[in-house]
Design a protein around this ligand. Structure first.
Ligand SMILES: Nc1ncnc2c1ncn2[C@@H]1O[C@H](COP(=O)(O)OP(=O)(O)O)[C@@H](O)[C@H]1O
Ligand SMILES: [Mg+2]
Length: 324
């Protein structure tokens, strides 16, 4: 039988490149499963190893319309064979649905912004009538700020949904959500690796709603008007917060453990009273190189080390089983 390896399930080479270097540095055996299209033969047995699922909710925007669906099938097959999966099928369900995320978060005492899910243009407008202004819309399955728009009135939304500019979520579900006004323009993203808190990073939101921390995403950012960019360039967009200690970390930890999520970045906004609203769970998380270098903390290295540890646990269990 093949020696067990780490398997990385994904659909975006650019985001996996730093992970390859981290695996190489630790001399870890790995293989990539690029799941955009392909076959899954249920009669086959999966290889032995640790499977790290980093399928992204925004995969359809890279031409991989059914990557998440295919991954869902693959994960259920792996789990049925008892394979160790980091970010399992349940994690994927949450990745591709903010409604599912918010419902799950509520079970752990984690506050989310008031949200109404709506299918169909009339329902979207009807939902907005129940919301106070201002409110935002967003796609239920998104991942890079898809469909995030701020509205000051129901009339403005009504105009928008019948216009050519309206874009439906790939799953047909639009969320109408309470707008949380931050006293200063930043959100906080809390990173976890191996279920453990790694760090919190502040992300400047002056430039807009598309906030992927990966370097590749900052080139040609749709929300990057050159004029504004110059003033923002003075301060880095991402900054790791030193000494972030908040009771929310413990609640996040429980939520992640109960939902098959080992690696994730969870985003929140604090309002003027300091009330924390959690609005996005990213089971496919990327790290900002400049912010990490400044703080001397490295997410990708932590992931590689964690997966390496899981792999050696597996090898030891194998040895014990053979000995028995
Ligand atoms: N309820 C909200 N109030 C204010 N700003 C929000 C709210 N929800 C999202 N945003 C802003 O929009 C960005 C993208 O929204 P998010 O829910 O994270 O979608 P995605 O999954 O596409 O990243 C957030 O990082 C934040 O800056
Ligand atoms: Mg987000």
């Amino acid at each position: 039988m093949d020696k067990p390896k780490i398997y990385v399930i994904h659909e975006n080479d650019a985001w996996v490149a730093p992970l390859r270097d981290a695996f190489a540095a630790l001399n870890l055996p790995y293989e990539e499963w690029f799941l955009s299209e392909g076959t899954l033969d249920l009669a086959e047995e999966p290889p032995r190893g640790v499977f790290y699922n980093r399928m992204s909710a925004s995969s359809h925007t890279r031409g991989h319309r059914y990557a998440a669906e295919l991954t869902g099938g693959v994960l259920s097959w792996l789990e049925r064979h008892g394979r160790r999966v980091v970010n399992n099928g349940r994690a994927l369900q949450l990745e591709v649905s903010k409604v599912a995320q918010y419902s799950a978060l509520a079970g752990y005492g984690i506050r989310t912004p008031r949200t109404i899910a709506a299918v169909g243009r009339e329902s979207i407008v009807a939902a907005a009538r129940k919301m106070s202004v201002p409110f935002i819309t967003k796609h239920n399955r998104a991942g890079k700020g898809l469909g995030v728009k701020l509205f000051q009135s129901v009339d403005a939304l009504e105009e928008h949904v019948v216009s050519a500019a309206f874009e439906d979520s790939v799953d047909g579900i639009t969320l109408i959500q309470e707008y949380i006004r931050a006293p200063e323009p930043f959100i906080t993203r809390v990173e976890f690796v191996g279920g453990k808190y790694l760090y919190a990073v502040r992300v400047d939101t002056t430039l807009g709603f598309e906030l992927c921390p990966a370097d590749v995403c900052q080139v040609g950012d749709a929300f990057c008007p050159a004029g504004e960019w110059e003033s923002a360039a003075a301060a880095p967009r991402f900054r790791i917060v030193r000494g972030f200690a908040h009771p929310i970390i413990e609640r996040y930890r429980h939520f992640l453990a109960a939902n098959g999520i080992g690696i994730a970045g969870i985003e929140f906004i604090a309002d003027a009273r300091g009330e924390i609203y959690t609005y996005d769970v990213n089971t496919n998380t990327n790290y900002n190189a400049a912010a990490e270098a400044e703080a001397g903390l490295y997410g990708i290295r932590a992931i590689a080390a964690y997966l390496g540890g899981e792999l050696s646990k597996l090898e030891h269990t194998g040895v014990r089983a053979r000995a028995a």
